[in-house]
Design a protein around this ligand. Structure first.
Ligand code: AGP
Length: 616
């Protein structure tokens, strides 16, 4: 997610905006820029790289004095991290500057419209279209920047926070928001706009959170908020009582908790703009044509850690939809086992960072063997997607906590989209079948939201079990990789022995581990998806309970069959079989986070771990 700062007042806009961007650095970014309104003109500088690079460029020049300006740190989604793709974007007439956070889903058709109108676009981004559209709309509004913003916002679909300045109106900044945060800071004779309060709490703690589909017009002495049609709306002022560090975490104690809470939006954003009006799916960047995809006779997923677990979940879906065999390989093992890989193999590399050396080396090996490669990655422009034939980016936003949470859910969603794309181009599924699954996926953000309402119950269970010596996790079908992921989270956060098993494997050895009071977390499939699988796992719960285990059961709402065998029940919303990992994983993330917190560990930066393992 990008960082946004706007200022209008009597102070130095450049100093205040750059300092505000510094407070947003935690969000992760790959380029930065500022625009000032001075002497009837715009003065704009932007650079790929960190703010230090931008400041070096600024110090080499004499920026004008200005008390109105905007600034941006970019987390690339459309178009790599380059100077031209950095924000702010300037309209063709040089008079309007805009910064953007989010994804404008219909940017392609708007780019086409602008090109046909003779506008020369200078970047690969979706954001630039907004700058040109606002400038072109201004004359119809009597140069009313807020009205131009309203009219343009009505034309955009997707998620966007937009902030604009007009060289001819040095006394104001205007913002708009849909599905992406924007807060107003009210100072004494000055005002701020930002993607989160961390950018301005050094100046004021009096804030207003903008609501959905609202436009704000800020001057040094006033704030006007309307809907997208110009109707005034009531605002909800609040006082920020967080310190700067808490503000970076959006008020959460931990980045991990913030990122767990961001999962509904991350899942929604990862789906956004992927499906056109005819229901056709689109990959971000594919140098594999559909005929080559039709030649694929095997899929191999290569990944590490949590990304590997996402691959294990995806296997069930991709095989079910495409009838192509899917092997899921630990990247660190893949190239040493003399794998059978060739032109008809599609190797899918899943990686949040895009820099994991084990996965990168496995990808390079696969390419040497002639395989076609596709990356699922959360970091645009990183090495793994750059070295792949195709890429599907997850739009989870920067994941700061080492323990991966929102990346995991979005990796599953992205892998499902790849599976549906394959099934679509190969004719294994009809368009209506694809759309039915897409509708199921579209329902998931709200279902994940429902699970987030139960986190306090899960945290209480974790506190009760804080002294446990070990915890076992069991599941069946797609619940098995969820069990593996739950165990990994507990290992890396609580430094506890934890192990995930296929529930059917218990009797082949692991059941010997059971002793009085040992916690066993069970991921129970929906009774409506497979009565056989469901009944078998209920039997497994009875087996472990008969040997003294303490059972923590994750089961869907209304599944009363587990009540008699569960010491603790964690309810998740009913979902189609293949969607359950997207809800069942969340309580396990919260469970491990709380267990680690109770044990006094550094949850966001656990011992011995790095966010991106760039060594083999
Ligand atoms: C998961 O919580 C860990 N941070 C780790 O297993 C991680 O998933 C693994 O290192 C892969 O990282 P990547 O997705 O950046 O390639």
């Amino acid at each position: 997610m990008c960082g946004i700062v706007g200022y209008v007042g009597s102070g130095s806009a450049l100093e205040i905006v750059v300092a505000g961007l510094r407070r947003l650095e935690y969000r992760g970014y790959d380029s930065a820029g500022v625009a000032l309104v001075a002497d009837g003109d715009l003065w704009m500088r932007k650079r790929a790289g960190k703010i230090d690079v931008l400041e070096e460029a600024l110090s080499a020049e004499s920026p004008p004095d200005s008390s109105t300006g905007i600034g941006h740190t970019r987390w690339a989604t459309h178009g790599g991290p380059t100077d031209s793709n950095a924000h702010p974007h300037i309209s063709a007439d040089g008079k309007v500057a805009i910064i953007h956070n989010g994804i404008i889903e219909n940017f392609a058709e708007l780019r086409e419209e602008l090109t046909e109108a003779g506008v020369h676009l200078t970047s690969e981004t979706d954001s630039e279209v907004a700058a040109h559209l606002v400038a072109l709309t201004l004359p119809d509004t009597g140069d009313d920047l807020a009205e131009a913003m309203r009219q343009v916002s009505r034309r955009l679909s997707g998620a966007f926070t937009l902030v604009a300045v007009d060289a001819r109106r040095p006394d104001r900044i205007v913002g708009a928001r849909r599905n992406s945060p924007l807060v107003v800071g009210i100072g004494d004779g000055e005002a701020f706009l930002a993607s989160d309060v961390a950018a301005f709490i050094a100046h004021t703690r009096d804030a207003i959170e903008l609501g959905q589909d609202q436009v704000v017009e800020l001057t040094a002495g006033g704030v006007e908020v309307t809907d997208f049609y110009g109707e005034p709306v009531d605002t909800k002022p609040f006082t920020v009582d967080w310190d700067a560090s808490a503000a970076e975490k959006g008020g959460y104690d931990l980045f991990m908790l913030k990122e767990i809470a961001e999962q509904p939006r991350a899942v929604a954003d990862t789906m956004r703009g992927r499906i056109d009006r005819s229901g056709q799916l689109h990959l971000d960047d594919s140098r594999i044509n559909d005929n080559e995809l039709r030649e694929i006779d095997k899929v191999v997923v290569i990944a590490c850690g949590t990304a590997y677990h996402a691959g294990l979940v995806a296997k069930y879906a991709i095989e079910h939809w495409t009838r192509i065999p899917v092997e899921v390989e630990l990247a660190s093992e893949f190239r040493y086992r003399d794998p059978i890989v060739g032109r008809s193999t599609l190797v899918i590399a899943i990686s949040q960072s895009g820099e994991t050396m084990d996965t990168l080396m496995a990808l390079r090996y696969a390419r040497e063997q002639g395989a076609r490669t596709l990356a699922i990655c959360n970091t645009l422009g990183s090495t793994i997607p750059r070295e792949s034939d195709a890429v599907l980016y997850t739009y989870a936003g920067p994941e700061i906590a080492v323990a991966s949470t929102k990346a995991f859910l979005t990796q599953i969603v992205a892998a499902y989209l790849v599976g549906l794309y394959l099934a679509q181009v190969r004719g294994n599924m009809f368009g209506d079948e694809v759309r039915r699954i897409l509708d199921q996926l579209a329902d998931m953000p709200s279902k994940v939201d429902l699970v987030l309402d139960t986190v306090e119950d899960v945290r209480a269970i974790a506190r009760e079990l804080a002294e446990a010596r070990a915890v076992l996790f069991i599941g069946r079908h797609v619940g098995f990789p969820v069990a593996l992921e739950g165990a990994l989270k507990l290992k890396e956060l609580a430094y506890m022995h934890a192990e995930g098993f296929a529930a059917g494997e218990l009797k082949h050895g692991p059941i010997a581990l059971l002793e009085e009071g040992l916690p066993v977390v069970v991921v129970v499939p929906s009774p409506s998806s497979s009565a056989m699988l469901h009944d078998k796992i209920v039997s497994n719960i009875q087996e472990v309970r008969a040997r003294g285990a303490r059972t923590i059961v994750v089961a869907e709402e209304g599944d009363e069959s587990v009540n008699s065998v569960a010491d603790h029940i964690i309810r998740v919303p009913a979902t189609p079989t293949l969607m359950q990992p997207l809800v069942a994983t969340v309580p396990l993330q919260v469970f491990s986070c709380e267990m680690a917190t109770v044990r006094g560990h550094d949850v966001d930066q656990p011992r011995n771990l790095a966010k991106s393992v760039t060594v083999e």
